[in-house]
Design a protein around this ligand. Structure first.
Ligand code: ADP
Ligand code: MG
Length: 244
């Protein structure tokens, strides 16, 4: 693939989020190093998606600051943050070919046609979807659709990728092979990646560091081995499945 991408550090400083009168994220501090693969785990409703959405700028913070690559992006438009987000629902345009789906965001950004073609081909090569470029989403399997969704993120050359349970709609076998693909993607691109999952195996195998969340607070941050072998408390032990 083309030029190496910048490895953006992501910092959350005293970030709070309130919906109405409900505190969903409580004064959260976290530094993610450039190029790191960080996995957020925690029970449903603990605030994982809200955190990702605030980093992407799809949700305002109630207070606190977010820095990406050293820049305060707290009040910056999502399109200017250099972040690409991949969701579990693929949200592909059904009436467009795979190629058009991949190119769409770049066309909106008025990227020159030859550059679009180059980016689309590079992403197709990385994700091995070259033979699918002229198909429509309805003619693809779930795993192929999720590859296209990731391809759409890659072509934008983001500083960082945010994945919100990207594999949870796939069957078990496909989840394993896509997990290997995502791991390879991280090795090849080297970008900062934040990955939300409730699948312990995904967390343990993908993460440089795991962030265990409960009720909008961080219970523990550590390498998979640290959280597994030396959990801070029973909640972490129970959630990660360590033997104590
Ligand atoms: P997770 O992704 O960990 O399952 P979420 O970040 O989606 O959790 O949600 C965290 C909490 O915030 C939940 O209690 C959820 O109901 C609440 N919440 C999320 N989005 C909204 C919203 N737009 N309005 C009100 N409450 C919300
Ligand atoms: Mg969620």
């Amino acid at each position: 693939m083309g030029a190496a991408q910048e490895k953006a550090k992501i910092e959350l400083r005293d970030v709070c989020k309130t919906f109405g009168s409900v505190d969903v994220i409580h004064s959260l501090d976290l530094t993610i190093e450039g190029g790191e693969f960080v996995v957020f785990v925690g029970p449903s409703g603990c605030g994982k998606s809200t955190l990702l959405r605030m980093i992407a700028g799809l949700e305002d913070v109630s207070s606190g600051d977010i820095f990406i690559a050293g820049r305060d992006v707290t009040d910056l438009d999502p399109s200017k943050r250099g972040i690409a987000m991949v969701f579990q629902s693929y949200a592909l345009y059904p009436h467009m070919s795979v190629r058009q789906n991949l190119a769409f965001g770049l066309e909106m950004a008025k990227t020159p046609a030859d550059e679009i073609a180059r980016q689309v081909n590079a992403a197709a090569e990385i994700l091995k979807i070259g033979p699918l470029l002229d198909r429509r989403p309805g003619q693809l399997s779930g795993g192929q659709r999720q590859r296209v969704a990731i391809g759409r993120a890659i072509v934008r050359k983001p500083l960082a990728f945010l994945f919100d349970e990207p594999l949870s709609n796939l069957d078990a076998e496909l989840r394993v092979s896509m997990r290997i693909e995502i791991s390879r993607l991280h090795r090849e691109l080297g970008n900062t990646m934040i990955y939300v999952t409730h699948d312990q195996t995904e967390a343990m195998t993908l993460a440089d560091r795991i962030v265990v969340l409960r009720d909008g607070r961080i219970e523990q941050v550590g390498t998979p081995r640290q959280v597994y072998e030396d959990p801070n408390n029973l909640f972490v032990a129970g959630f990660i499945g360590s033997p104590r």
